[in-house]
Design a protein around this ligand. Structure first.
Ligand code: ACO
Length: 378
């Protein structure tokens, strides 16, 4: 390949060699370390999947117990971090709060002892354990309440839902939330993962790696799309309005949020699983008219844009599930981040194992030998 062949968005250009996950976008296949996502959704838990991604194999029973135990007992955040978060403006976006808080962990733990497996393990555990606590703490503090202490008797997902609502969640709801985390844990070389790997390649600390990835995930073309899906379904308002709304958007060449993907040209397998989870939620906890609107929109888009490979992506049904759980819309992307920390950390470790600092080239399109014009002559 010539260095002059510029590909906007680096489409089709490998940025790393990786054995963490695999996507076949034509057939709608996603695997973590070779295991199909459907298998993990049915049989695994988020923490077990995080272990698989980060250490490259499923844990034994003892390894899993030890890992869960470590994560459980590192959930509390330092008072100084909590006090710092208290000073954040309550109108600020929770993704910005999360990015700042994740970076702030580096103030306390940034020894950058990257050759030491104990440091690596410690950072993995601390980030997986504290990111949910920070998301929940900001949610309560922006409403003027004190954060809730994590509950050691609850598992990872149930504890997060508890910290958010101050109520112990229904077990089915906690299990569905855990599956959602598993589905969002990793997805090859997406924008935030690329960002994490670029940051990791400078040998900075893992807190800076996660903070930079959180910042990248927040944009509406990436993780931020799930928030916008709910706004769109509310704007459509009824099943009858789906087609007129779609016509109008397409005429204005506007994108439909939650649809399309750089890699998948069929329905994202995670969207298929999330749709089933949404149905389980509505069966148990009550009907939601926005689900019918979503299904009709999917049908209409398949007719209009199916030939371009535009189908629901992971963000389309996740918002409906989270809304039914009572999670505020602007926490959808931070919840995505809670899950994706597992993938980012796996890529951080993989990057360190064979590191070369990222330093791509560019195609220069400017001038040469331009004379400096004194300010009074401009
Ligand atoms: N609605 C309508 N048309 C679309 C959509 C969409 N959501 N997505 C792509 N298209 C069309 C484009 O208009 C374009 O058509 P054209 O060839 O006639 O001009 C064609 O499909 C290719 O689109 P690109 O934007 O070039 O595709 P790209 O691979 O760059 O973008 C992306 C992928 C960013 C995900 C895009 O599909 C999009 O913006 N979707 C909406 C936002 C969204 O849901 N993002 C979440 C992605 S999943 C994730 O990050 C977790």
């Amino acid at each position: 390949m010539s260095v002059c062949e510029f590909k906007p968005g680096l489409e089709g250009i490998p940025a790393a060699q990786s054995s963490i996950s695999f996507v076949n976008g034509q057939e709608g296949i996603l695997e973590y370390r070779g295991i199909r996502i459907e298998d993990l959704a049915d049989n695994s838990t988020f923490l077990e999947t995080a272990y698989l991604l980060i250490w490259g194999k499923l844990p034994t029973k003892d390894e899993l117990i030890e890992f869960e135990h470590e994560v459980r007992y590192h959930r509390r955040i330092k008072y100084r971090i909590r006090d710092m978060m208290k000073s954040f403006p309550e109108s600020g976006h929770p993704m910005d709060a999360l990015q700042a808080s994740a970076a702030a962990l580096g103030l306390f733990y940034s020894r950058r002892d990257l050759d030491n497996p104990v440091y690596i393990r410690d950072a993995v555990v601390r980030l997986l354990a504290t990111i949910p606590t920070m998301v929940a703490a900001f949610q309560l503090m922006r409403k003027g309440n004190d954060p809730v202490r994590p509950r050691d008797d609850l598992d990872y997902s149930a504890n997060f839902l508890y910290m958010l609502s101050e109520r112990e969640p229904d077990p089915l709801m906690a299990r569905i939330f855990d599956v959602c985390l598993t589905l969002h844990a990793e997805h090859t070389m997406n924008a935030s993962t690329f960002s994490a790997r670029v940051t990791a390649s400078t040998l900075t600390d893992p807190y800076a790696v996660v903070a930079s990835a959180v910042g990248t995930l927040g944009g509406p073309l990436h993780g931020g799309a799930n928030e916008e899906v709910i706004g769109m379904l509310e704007e459509i308002g009824s099943v009858e309005n789906v087609r007129p709304y779609l016509e109008d958007r397409l005429q204005r060449k506007a994108k439909i949020m939650g649809f399309g993907h750089r890699v998948y040209k069929v329905k994202d397998p995670r969207a298929t699983i999330l749709q089933k989870l949404a149905e389980q939620m509505f069966d148990k906890f009550g009907y939601d008219k926005y689900y019918d609107i979503a299904v009709e929109l999917e049908r209409a888009i398949a007719e209009k844009l199916g030939h371009k490979g535009i189908y629901p992506n992971v963000d389309f049904y996740s918002g409906l599930v989270y809304r039914k759980m009572g999670i505020p819309t602007d926490l959808f992307t931070p919840v995505f981040a809670i899950a994706r920390v597992a993938g980012w950390l796996a890529h951080w470790k993989e990057q360190l194992a064979e590191n070369r600092i990222f330093r791509p080239t560019q195609v220069y399109t400017g001038h040469h030998d331009v004379a400096y014009t004194p300010i009074e002559q401009r």
